[in-house]
Design a protein around this ligand. Sequence first.
Ligand code: TTP
Ligand code: MG
Length: 351
Amino acid sequence: MEENRTIFHIDLDAFFASCEERENPQFLGMPIVVGADPKGGNGRGVVSTANYSARKFGIHSALPISRAWHLCPTAIFLPVNSTLYSRVSSSVMKILKSTAQKYNGKFAQVGIDEAYIVLEARSRTISNPSAAAVAKEIKQKIFKQEKVTASVGVGPNMLIAKIASDFQKPNGITVVNLKDVQKFLDPMSIRKLPGIGPKTEYNLKKFMVQTVEDLRKIPQSTLYDEFGQPGISLYESARGIDHRVVDEERETKSISEEHTFEHDTDSAQEILPIFFSLVKNVLNTTERGGYKNFKTVTIKIRYSNFKTHTKSKSGAYSTKDSDKIEKLALQLLWPFLNKKIRLIGFRVSGF
Ligand code: TTP
Ligand code: MG
């Protein structure tokens, strides 16, 4: 593991909900849920995010909105306002980029509300601030300018930085030095390791694995036999090993938006205006994120029976060609408009 570089992972807290809190100070301290319309418990679609007061009721991202309403009917339910979030996001990313430049470091945005900064030990010692001081500086700048809080994780590689930023959410700073990596990881549930979802967790149960320390006791060959190549990643993650390097400007993988209809529908009149607004929002977010060009356009469609299809087309696209992209997206979507649908989505990727 590299000893001469320090990696920061910055992730905004309850991002969409924090933007809403900032815009609506009258909601301060109240549970806020951003997502589909709950329609008094009969709404369809999902929660995009919930603030930390709403999370106390068990509400979280991707939960059906109807379930969220039943868990806390008195919460403030708000629709997704992507223009606002992409404005806040690009301003925060500018702050992070200039902080990275100030210390001669690298910057890579990896999502709407998260980014990595890599500082070489050498460049940091010039002005000599500690990692914790840089983390504090980042948080203060973001709060001063955008009135949202972030959590910062610092570690010797991307894996540890990412786990660390989640460790003391919200509004936390967690610095993990190289010598403390194993001590930090061992007591954690394996679910904290990226790539371990409910399925891998279930498959690891037969080896009596619950914590990272348990996982570390399983030989590499056993993990390989059970999971193939991803088993090797498990072996390495459990030891805090991560060979990835932060690739500046190329980290954001895709930008997308989806919409669930209130009723399943096959009416083009109902579907198309929504579809075009998704395309427009995604292109706006993409442009604001500083990605002018992309390689792939994907549409997604989910029928009433939940069967889901995606269709992509690759080429050389630019956010400037919105008419061309709308047309292309429509061509991809058209063959699927033959049955009642529940959800549509649009995504661009390959920046
Ligand atoms: P996250 O950073 O995963 O979540 P968060 O910022 O809401 O909460 P925290 O980081 O404090 O745990 O996602 C960033 C935003 O992306 C989130 O505010 C809303 C959006 N999002 C969705 O729309 N659907 C999802 O399923 C997830 C996970 C996020
Ligand atoms: Mg976040």
